[in-house]
Design a protein around this ligand. Structure first.
Ligand SMILES: Nc1ncnc2c1ncn2[C@@H]1O[C@H](COP(=O)(O)OP(=O)(O)OP(=O)(O)O)[C@@H](O)[C@H]1O
Ligand SMILES: [Mg+2]
Length: 364
């Protein structure tokens, strides 16, 4: 009999995008949206009972549309007992999303597969958040390991010593300092002022300035992704928004800058804390190795803004951006997945078995 092939997969289930990279060379991403047809008409039009990603966004008018991940974790997984039904639903939907992205990387595979996955979670995800992720991956992945997202990024870049990773996503900004070992709680900071926060702020600032304009958060998010900046200089930026059905150009230069700037104070305060509490002998090296990742790292002028701040408060700072902000987390998770020795996975499994046996005993 032929032995099952092991497929390693790195998974970054983000608030805004779910990214996968597998060692069969397939890597891809979809927006983290899942839609269910609202009625028989939309079901007939789509020809399926569930749609994902861009397709779900495109047909959202005819769908019940869900974004099951919020602030980097499965919705309500912080306090599932307070929202039993909603949490159960979010788990079900996240599982569908995971199943879907795994189907994308296994499309071309034939024969038996053992799918090993490493999933990135926000730096300070709680035990409950991680447990929810572990549970939904049962039956989708054969073996699974949950790691801190910025740690996965650092691992992928092989920047494991005296480096500070800042992963700027939609729901969270995760900061994590590395010094050659698996980072602990004291090495990580999570802030919730990230991409979604910029969108909300940008939306409310435009609403305040242009009361007649008609727009949605999806429209201005797209616009932000094309134009985000925080530097002082630069030309003015205008967006076409419908007023009574007719597109009218609106200047939103100041509003966009202000919204993008709003995430900076928490980030720089996080840097200051992580540098100040680091071994003094290596602080300078850490200051020289600040790495920005995640979609938000693409804001024009952000790198310079952080460097300026660091110079003022810490004397010096050198910031770089990862080359592939979108894939950095999934790439690193994949590398971790491949580098974990077989014995480690076996050990994980035997722990799992032991735990369930112990649980079984208690319940007897
Ligand atoms: N060019 C850009 N400029 C500014 N922001 C951008 C740009 N491109 C994407 N973004 C923003 O980056 C965020 C998505 O980044 P990313 O895919 O790293 O997040 P995520 O992993 O889904 O979220 P999280 O890690 O918080 O769960 C969104 O808020 C998106 O609008
Ligand atoms: Mg992310």
């Amino acid at each position: 009999m032929q032995k099952a092939k092991v497929l390693n997969v790195g998974i970054d289930m983000g608030t805004s995008r779910t990214v996968v990279a597998a060692d069969n060379g397939v890597r891809t991403f979809i927006p983290s949206y899942v839609g269910y047809p609202k009625d028989a008409v939309s079901k007939k039009m789509l020809g399926k009972a569930i749609v994902f990603g861009d397709e779900a966004l495109k047909y959202r008018m005819g769908l019940d549309l869900y974004r099951p991940i919020e602030k980097g974790v499965i919705k309500y997984s912080d306090a599932p007992e307070e929202n039993v039904e909603e949490h159960e639903k979010a788990r079900r939907i996240t599982r569908e999303l995971l199943k879907h992205v795994i189907s994308l990387v296994t499309e071309e595979e034939e024969g038996a597969l053992i799918i090993r996955g490493v999933i990135g979670a926000p730096a300070l995800a709680s035990t409950r958040n991680k447990k929810a992720l572990l549970e939904i991956s049962k039956g989708v992945l054969d073996d699974v390991l949950i790691v801190s997202e910025p740690f996965a990024v650092a691992y992928g870049l092989n920047m494991l010593t005296n480096t500070l990773i800042i992963d700027i996503g939609a729901g969270t900004v995760d900061l994590c300092r590395m010094y050659g070992t698996i980072p602990g709680e004291e090495d990580q900071i999570t802030t919730f002022k990230a991409g979604d926060y910029i969108d909300e702020m940008f939306l409310s600032l435009i609403k305040k300035k242009y009361k007649d304009a008609n727009f949605t958060v999806t429209m201005i998010k797209r616009f932000k992704e094309e134009n985000a900046f925080i530097s002082e200089q630069g030309e003015s930026i205008s967006i076409d928004l419908p007023v009574k059905g007719k597109p009218v150009s609106h200047d939103v230069t100041d509003e966009l800058r202000e919204a993008c700037r709003a995430i900076v104070p928490d980030i720089v305060e996080g840097i200051r804390k992580l540098v100040a509490t680091f071994d003094p002998e290596f602080q300078d090296e850490l200051k020289g190795n600040i790495v920005l990742a995640g979609g938000g790292s693409q804001i024009i002028g952000l790198k310079k803004e952080i460097e300026t701040y660091m110079k003022k408060t810490l004397g010096y700072g050198k910031v770089t951006k990862v080359e592939e902000p979108l894939y950095a987390g999934a790439n690193g998770a994949l590398m971790l997945c491949k580098d974990m020795p077989d014995e480690y996975w076996d050990e994980l499994k035997s722990h799992g078995r032991k735990r369930s046996r112990e649980k079984g005993k208690k319940e007897e």
